[in-house]
Design a protein. Structure first.
Length: 229
């Protein structure tokens, strides 16, 4: 029935746990910033990081408000707005009058991610499912609420990038699920017929909600349980 399978990533195909309060995270990050001349205590860096994340989300909410009016007064976490975390890491250097190359920001962002990660792994059966769909002539797409600087290296690390016809990561668009425009961008780019698509994800409020708004069938899964596919 379905020709196109649109997957969420974290909590659907990939099991991950992160902790930004993890011991040593902010000590190590302060050391990295300090080596480039941006001197912070670990506590000051953590505070500035959180402040700048909030400021960037508010800036983006105002910018997107003309296009998505409901985002202007939305609460953090379900506004449909997605910041680009690299701008936050760059801004933390600018606070101290330091300018660095984009390559350093990418390395620093992934270092942050690795330090804050408790674990990352594919759910049992993930790769076998993707293989069988490809062998069956199906098209596979990723529609993830995520940060490219974190997620692209993790997809490569897990070895699953080869299975996807295209990978959509919300930080590239400034919006995220359940904003219907996010899924519509994928559908339009590849000329996909809605009735031939299935959205597979683990969250009702984002994955199933965006599918419903776009007229796409949805399958709610938990912890890599693909028995319904």
């Amino acid at each position: 029935m379905y020709r196109n399978y649109i997957f969420d990533l974290y909590g659907t195909l990939v099991d991950i746990h992160t902790d930004e309060e993890k011991d040593g995270l902010w000590v190590k990050m302060a050391e990295i910033y300090g080596r480039e001349g941006a001197v912070y205590t670990p506590e000051a860096l953590k505070k500035a990081y959180r402040e700048d994340c909030r400021k960037e989300e508010e800036r983006l909410r105002q910018e997107k408000g003309a296009v998505y009016p409901e985002a202007e007064n939305a609460t953090t976490g379900n506004s449909g707005i997605e910041i680009e975390i690299g701008k936050v890491f760059s801004g933390l250097f600018r606070r101290k009058g330091v300018t660095v190359k984009e390559e350093l920001i990418a390395d620093l962002a992934y270092c942050f991610r690795k330090l804050s990660r408790e674990y990352i792994r594919l759910y049992d059966g993930t790769e076998l499912l993707l293989q069988r769909l490809r062998e069956g002539g199906k098209h596979i797409y990723l529609l993830s609420n995520a940060q490219r600087l974190f997620t692209a290296p993790e997809i490569e690390e897990l070895g699953i990038g080869k299975y996807f016809d295209d990978i959509f990561i919300s930080s590239d668009f400034g919006i995220k699920k359940p904003k219907k425009e996010y899924m519509e961008a994928l559908l339009q780019k590849h000329g996909l017929k809605k009735e031939e698509c299935l959205m597979i994800g683990n969250e009702k409020e984002s994955d199933m909600a965006v599918a419903g708004q776009c007229g796409v069938d949805g399958l709610l899964v938990a912890d890599g349980d693909f028995s319904g596919i």
